[in-house]
Design a protein around this ligand. Sequence first.
Ligand code: SAH
Length: 478
Amino acid sequence: MSTEAMRYLPIFVDTSACRIVVGGAGTAAVSKLRVLLKTQANVSVFGSHPEAQIIEWAGQGRLSLHRRDLSAADFSGVKLAYLCSGSVIRDRELLHAARAMGVTVNTVDDAGSSDFISPAIVDRNPVVVAISSSGSAPVLVQSIRSTIEQLLDHNLGVLARLAAHLRPVVKSSLQGKARLNFWRDFLAGTGARVLDQHGFSNARRHFQALLRDEPGVTATKGHVSIVGAGPGDPELLTRRAARLLERADVILTDRLVDKRILDLARREALQIEVGKSAGGVSWTQHDINEAMISHAGTGAAVVRLKAGDPVVFGRLDEELDALDEAQIEYDIVPGISSANAAASAIGRSLTRRERNSAVSLITAQDAAGYAEHDWRALAAPGSTFAIYMGVRAARFVQGRLLLHGAAPTVPIVIVERASQLRQRVVNATLGSLLEAFADQGIAGPAVILVGVDSRASSIGATQASTGPQLAAGYAQAQ
Ligand code: SAH
């Protein structure tokens, strides 16, 4: 046999009207059964001391349990057998008996005594991906499996079922290139989008009406997804955010959103930066609303991408009011807010028993300029809060807190570009806040955490004067 020829032929076995026996009822049997019970097979398990999980499955009627050892007589009418009795000698005897009766055998963890081996699977039934290294590199197989897991939409199985339902009508209404284009478009995102928005039955009706050319049905309705881009690190993006970005036709993005996240978008997608930057073109909220509405009005899938979490200082309500008024459908995808990322960067909890049972997120600036707050409460001992948009208002905030009785020794940490490649953590106190900003030349974006200090072991710095430090977690990750 040539060493280059595949030893194992991948096939998918039909389990409808198929009997499978498992010889053994220990933990090895439990892991095999987790997969076997996803199939339509009729499964019998043999073993005198079954694991509790197997007893539970038997109680639910999902398998039949025989509290004795598997024997040769049990192989009649069986298609596949899994042997994992715990005794090599016993499994070997059963292997010969099974083969003599034409049963195909897997001896668990012993490829040499098996007719087939089990692949790792990614299950999006009816779409199933099977992966094997022919036993040569199980860890590699697990890593491939988790890559594919992340790659494939969780809705893929439902999408495949929807496609199966639509095949007859597609076949009768579209020919040649038009049919191919329909499927390409369906699989490139239209199918999943309509499914996400309307559910299975409505999506099926929608496509059927569309294919039958019923009047008034347009390919897709415009839709806006308001998506939290998180603090910067693409790893901190939700999977839904990544998926929506991959499918978007138009992306309206804040200036603060990390460019690495925009790389996830399709090349053909129209990207518009609607940031309100100092200098350069500045978009008004009204212009942003109009842009969302007009693009969605053309039937586009619009992603309105916001730094951090859209529900924190993101003017979300104003955008939703505008969409409601224009009767445009939308959904909202949360993101990790910069205060959360900043707290992780310094290795501190924002709440702590016996210190603070509440935490505030405040902005230093509002529409009118510097924002006023209940400074007395914020200045109270133990008070912990995160200040957004505070870089240019540091002097104002410091003055207000000191005026209302906060001690100059209150610890403060400034986290600039939290989670991004050039993240900086600067330690200070309320009294030294302005020097810390000036000495370190902090330009932002930055979150100022008041009432907590960095965990020294996490960043190895306790004073602003020791200079910028990378937090350990991100220093390793990047
Ligand atoms: N919705 C965003 C906040 C937008 S307001 C969120 O949930 O994070 C803009 C402010 O957010 C900035 O002035 C800054 O204070 C903060 N900010 C945004 N991204 C940041 C980052 N990566 N690091 C530190 N602060 C950030």
